[in-house]
Design a protein around this ligand. Structure first.
Ligand code: NAI
Ligand code: MG
Length: 482
């Protein structure tokens, strides 16, 4: 048993004084906040305290009809007619307003979703702004993105996003759709609606023509109304593979386009010639970042046998120094699990791992009494056929195996229904090229992990999805090339 490192940091909570939240949020349709036809509201809670933050309106079928109608009108009358350079200016304006209010957005993201303030402040919000900046630049340069072709918008796009990167996923979806001249009906996840509602306020402030962006809340049923609406031209979705399959079936034969960013079970591969301390830091980042609520999380670790003992003991030591707790504290490494449902799912998998004969190691961190929490957890003595090695857990749980040869680890890494991402740690460029060529995954990081850039396409093979987001590939999902 590795001993706990014996020091405590003083609390360093981020202030919440500057946050402005309404008692309830309505639907953002046609440039205005309006109540839903059924006037139903649901609460959004802080997963770190289980306390209600505020309530949001739930959109029913007639509200979705209204949102799609307003998007269609804005598409026909304004947005698709506007000179591209004017569209670009609006998107720049959104990017700048987001940057100006970065602090407020970070705090709200952390309160609503449970992620550490360090991540919402340094990753989610800056990257979201970067996506708007990047795509604003493309708006009037599509002829360079697609030389010799005319890029025509698709029309009205329905966008459905998850709770793990609420604002960032909204930016990934909205920015390319707007830059290419489409109008949008966006639905945030039911546990994290708030930064999208604040983004709606920014969209109003930026004076975007009414109806270009509509934001509606609700759970799966609201999502279904969007997916099945016959005046929607494309569905862009990020979330579970199950819902991805539902969307594929639902839109089959309808002529609707779709892009799907689904689950993952990334292999993170450590060769014996890697810089071990950096690799250990990389493992921590790959699986414990954002509580493991990351579709590209490095949730399968493969360590070359000769360094396995060293890597695992260093990893255990590092796990003991990870701080689990108040997401608003700037020292926190691991925040709250997003929902009770997700926590139950993680616990179910941990039990399953034990039942399957795995050996568990968890950090002995103290865990707050209220709220949803899970200690960083690793499993050894597992094999490829174990469910915790095959299935997406979406929590801070890592399955560790060893390997001897390059071919063996490539075969193991590819033995997965998913193919979203992967990581390789080695001193040898030749191994990097071999692994990145032979592993069937959309993104593979070498000697780093979880790096994102708006110019770099992100998307998966197999059950990880269809299409890419980011870069020119991402733009191409929002246009017809003629
Ligand atoms: P989910 O796929 O149910 O939710 C994602 C979004 O889809 C939410 O906005 C939800 O309201 C909406 N939705 C749900 N059912 C729908 C339907 N039938 N039609 C249209 N929209 C629908 O994911 P959930 O239940 O929150 O999480 C379950 C698991 O999915 C997680 O444990 C994780 O393994 C995976 N997941 C993967 C994500 C990724 O980034 N690839 C993100 C979130 C979850
Ligand atoms: Mg669900």
């Amino acid at each position: 048993m590795t001993k706990k490192i014996k020091w405590d940091y003083s609390p360093a909570p981020e202030s919440t004084d500057h946050i402005q939240l309404k008692d309830q949020y309505d639907l953002f349709i046609n440039g205005k906040f309006i109540s839903g036809a059924e006037e139903k509201y649901f609460d959004t809670i802080n997963p770190a305290t289980e306390e209600k933050i505020t309530a949001v309106a739930e959109a029913g079928q007639s509200d979705i009809d209204k949102a799609v109608k307003s998007a269609r009108k804005a598409y026909d009358k304004t947005w698709s007619k506007m000179p591209a350079k004017e569209r670009g200016k609006y998107i720049f304006r959104i990017a700048r307003l987001l940057q100006e209010r970065a602090r407020e957005f970070s705090v709200i993201e952390t309160i609503d979703g449970g992620k550490p303030i360090r991540e919402s402040r340094d990753v989610d919000v800056p990257l979201a702004a970067a996506h708007f900046f990047y795509h604003a630049g493309w708006a009037d340069k599509l002829e360079y993105a697609f030389p010799g072709r005319a890029a025509k918008p698709l029309g009205v796009v329905g966008q459905i996003i998850p709770w793990n990167f609420p604002l960032l996923m909204a930016a990934w979806k909205l920015a390319p759709a707007l830059a290419t001249g489409n109008t949008v009906v966006l639905k945030p996840a039911e546990t994290t609606p708030l930064t999208a509602m604040k983004l709606a306020e920014i969209i109003q402030e930026a004076d975007l023509p009414p109806g270009v962006v509509n934001i509606v809340n609700g759970a799966g049923d609201t999502g279904k109304y969007i997916v099945n609406h016959n005046d929607v031209n494309k569905i862009a979705f990020t979330g579970s593979t199950d819902v991805g399959k539902y969307i594929m079936k639902s839109v089959a034969g309808s002529g609707k386009k779709y892009t799907l960013e689904l689950g993952g079970k990334a292999a993170n591969i450590i060769f014996e010639d890697a810089a071990i301390d950096q690799a250990v830091e990389g493992i921590v980042n790959a699986i414990f970042f954002n509580q493991g609520h990351v579709c590209c999380a490095g949730s399968r670790l493969y360590v070359q046998e000769s360094v396995a003992d060293e890597v695992i003991s260093k990893l255990q030591k590092r796990m003991q120094s990870l701080i689990v707790g108040d997401p608003l504290d700037k020292n926190t490494d691991i925040g709250a699990i997003n929902s009770k449902m997700q926590l139950d799912k993680i616990k179910m998998y941990v039990k399953l791992g034990l039942d399957e004969g795995g050996s568990i190691y968890q950090s002995s961190c103290s865990i707050p009494k209220k709220g949803f929490w899970h200690a960083p957890t690793i499993f050894t003595d597992v094999s490829q056929s174990n469910r915790i090695v095959q299935e997406e857990i979406f929590g801070p749980v890592l399955a560790i195996q060893t390997f001897r040869t390059v071919d063996e680890v490539i075969a193991k890494a590819n033995n997965s229904p998913y193919g979203l991402s992967g990581g390789v740690w080695t001193d040898k460029g030749s191994k990097i090229f071999k692994v990145t060529q032979d592993i069937r995954a959309g993104v593979i990081w070498a000697n780093t992990f979880n790096k994102f850039d708006p110019a770099s396409p992100f998307g998966g093979y197999k059950e990880s999805g269809v299409g890419s987001e980011g870069g020119i590939e991402g733009l191409s999902g929002y246009v017809n090339l003629v």
